[in-house]
Design a protein around this ligand. Structure first.
Ligand code: KIV
Length: 271
């Protein structure tokens, strides 16, 4: 059962209209069928099959190790679960940076095999030819600027990006370049709120923020973080909407106790 009245499938066109009408866009990650069903049923506008699956699902330190096959596996599961939300899949590190031809080949593979609705790529002018080629193939692209986790080894830190004028100026021109190329949206990660607000006002396409303040057209979070499953990740921008870590620990602990005491299963729980 949906918690929103409008059950029509969300499209890139609808997201554009939402920006024009001043309606905020809600986006959340999901990587598996069961979670995506709940996220979709709650009325999410966009489900991101983020390469944060590398951290959240596989326990890697960064997003770099996740492969194309693994992203397709996650995206397929999410698409199967989703009726309303637009499903965006991250192109993983190494699948679009080499050259535009390789980028579009990998982009087509994700679309063909996962049936997702759109792709997200990290970077600005340095990947613009690849972005254009993917768009030319008819694939909607969402940009991602600011803290781009696939470049963590270059940054050397997960701290706020674009505080300095030169980096802020580059971010603004990158955002315009992505819009001019034809991207349907841009994600801005961990940048000053005033800069994100400026970009949001200057662009016609929706700007989705994560740690980029309330001036964006929408917000995105990692599902495990906002549900409080992860205990050791507490950036300033994160709001926890549940404490699933404690709830799951208690439930699983109770199950262990019941199994060990012989209380589970009882006679109504057997054939
Ligand atoms: O992979 C991801 O989860 C993301 C969001 C943080 C925007 O790219």
């Amino acid at each position: 059962m949906y918690l929103v009245e409008d059950k029509r499938k969300v499209t890139t066109h609808r997201l554009f209209q939402m920006k024009q009408e001043g309606k905020k866009i809600a986006m959340l990650t999901a990587y598996d069928y069961t979670t995506a069903q709940i996220v979709d049923a709650a009325g999410m506008d966009i489900i991101l099959v983020g390469d944060s699956a590398s951290n959240v699902m596989a326990g890697n330190m960064t997003t770099l190790p996740i492969t194309l096959d693994q992203m397709i596996y996650h995206a397929k599961a999410v698409v199967r679960a989703t009726q309303r939300a637009l499903v965006v899949c991250d192109m993983p590190f190494g699948t679009y940076q080499v050259n535009p031809t390789e980028g579009v080949t990998n982009a087509i593979r994700i679309m063909k095999e996962s049936h997702c609705d759109a792709l997200k790529l990290e970077g600005g002018v340095e990947i613009i030819d690849t972005v254009k080629k993917i768009l030319d193939a008819g694939i909607p692209v969402c940009g991602h600027l600011g803290l781009t986790p696939q470049s963590i080894n270059k940054f050397g830190t997960y701290t706020v990006r674009a505080r300095e004028k030169a980096e802020a100026d580059k971010l603004v021109s990158d955002a315009h370049a992505l819009e001019e190329a034809g991207c349907f949206a841009v994600v801005l990660e961990k940048i000053p709120a005033l800069l994100a607000e400026q970009v949001t006002k200057e662009l016609k396409i929706p700007v989705i923020g994560i740690g980029a303040g309330g001036g964006c057209d929408g917000q995105v979070l990692v599902v495990a973080d906002m549900l409080g499953m992860s205990k050791d990740f507490s950036p300033k921008f994160l709001r926890r909407y549940a404490d699933l870590n404690s709830i799951m620990l208690e439930a699983i602990g109770n199950y262990i106790t019941d199994v060990k005491s012989g209380d589970f299963p009882n006679e109504n729980e057997q054939y």
